[in-house]
Ligand binder design. Structure first.
Ligand SMILES: Cc1ncc(COP(=O)(O)O)c(C=O)c1O
Length: 378
């Protein structure tokens, strides 16, 4: 391997949210979704060069940026996007909150999956939007759409559906058929869609590919805002740049509300990091996926040997969604924390008998975490 993902990194003194939130010496913090690896060398070099210029004035998005992103979407996902459909944002979360505020009124309902990344729910509650949860079901070790259909989830006032693909937590990389079912349902019921696809570059299952929901059909594309970013894949969320893809000009306009006013533009270094990742980051990404697959295998082996614990297929990303419900514990998260392992509590995502373990870390650290899990739950 050209890149050494086993190399230890020290995240102390970097003001890391993940590492500074607990007494570091006592707790192994594998919760918030960033990885413990350095960003790719090509990103570090590009940032170094840009910093050395010493000029940090107000900066517009580079002229080639949208075309570069469109080319990347074509190459990675065979998704043909007009560069003009792309809106550059500072983060996916700001896009989620804007989508909820602009694409629904306060008396209209929003459909969101459960379990799901908490900001999808918070985007609704913070804007006083009523929401209906779409309970995902575990089938063949994958979290999929409800088997009894989706129509019972609408109440006549539903206007917007939020979606997360690959799913967090639960890691489902949705198939073309599953996406078609969901997208067609939204089209038939005249729902706008906001699809959070930030984990797209992290598909671990060798038999799966990320398929953007909006790439399924023209009809779905016209109702969808897709939110994407390379922050997760190339591990620079502290620099932060995202983009929305919206074919429909109404949706594109909606997503731009507040941008450069209440929502700051990305920092100039964010353009540099994202462009370097697009143009030179692929070999690093490929090796990262290999390394994460090794971690994923380790988790499958060790967790399935602990009676009462279950984990799904982990088709994408680096977040293991561990089901502790058979153990009938009042609070599995707290038990692990008391034992020295900080996971994310399942309650954050809507299921309190689960914990989410971030395995975007060196194998030695993952082994420590699995030792704690084993000791605590055995
Ligand atoms: C599904 C999902 N969306 C968005 C984000 C955050 O994106 P950003 O840092 O670009 O706001 C995360 C981070 O964990 C996530 O898992």
């Amino acid at each position: 391997m050209a890149f050494d993902f086993d190399a230890p990194t020290n995240r102390l003194e970097t003001d890391s949210i993940r590492w500074d939130s607990f007494g570091v010496k006592e707790v192994l913090p594998l919760w918030v979704a960033d990885m413990d690896f350095k960003s790719p060398p090509c990103v570090i070099e590009a940032l170094n060069k840009r910093v050395q210029q010493g000029i940090y004035g107000y900066t517009h998005s580079p002229h080639q940026m949208n075309a570069l992103i469109a080319g990347y979407l074509q190459e990675q996902y065979q998704w043909q996007v007009d560069p003009d459909w792309i809106v550059i944002l500072p983060s996916v979360v700001s896009g989620l909150y804007t989508a909820v505020q602009q694409l629904s009124n306060s008396d209209e309902n929003v459909l969101i999956p459960n379990p799901v990344y908490h900001h999808l729910r918070l985007a609704c509650t913070s804007s006083n939007r009523p929401f209906q949860e779409m309970p995902l079901e575990l089938k063949d070790d994958r979290w999929v759409l409800p088997s009894n259909g989706l129509s019972g989830l609408l109440n006549g006032k539903t206007k917007l559906a939020l979606f997360c693909n690959p799913q967090n937590p639960g890691s489902t990389v949705f198939t073309k058929e599953e996406l078609q079912e969901f997208g067609d349902f939204c089209v038939q019921n005249n729902l706008w869609i906001c699809s959070d696809e930030i984990h797209a570059g992290l598909v671990l299952d060798e038999n799966k590919k990320h398929i953007p929901l909006a790439s399924i059909s023209k009809d779905i594309s016209k109702q969808t805002v897709t939110l994407m970013s390379l922050n997760k894949t190339f591990n620079f969320p502290g620099i932060g740049l995202a983009w929305a893809v919206a074919e429909n000009p109404i949706l594109r306009k909606a997503i731009q509300v507040g941008l450069h006013q209440t929502i700051a533009p990305p920092s100039l270094l964010a353009y540099t990091a994202t462009m370097a990742a697009i143009t030179e980051g692929e070999p690093w990404r490929q090796e990262l996926i290999e390394y994460l697959r090794g971690n994923q295998n380790r988790i499958h082996t060790r967790i399935s040997a602990i009676p009462g614990l279950k984990v799904d297929k982990m088709e994408g990303s680096y977040l293991a969604w561990i089901d502790c419900s058979s153990l009938n514990l009042p609070d599995p998260y707290q038990l692990l924390l008391d034992a020295g392992l900080a996971t994310s509590p399942g309650s954050q995502f809507g299921r309190d008998q689960f914990v989410r373990l971030n395995f975007g870390t060196q194998r030695s650290r993952l082994n420590q975490a699995l030792d704690i899990l084993e000791k605590t739950f055995s």
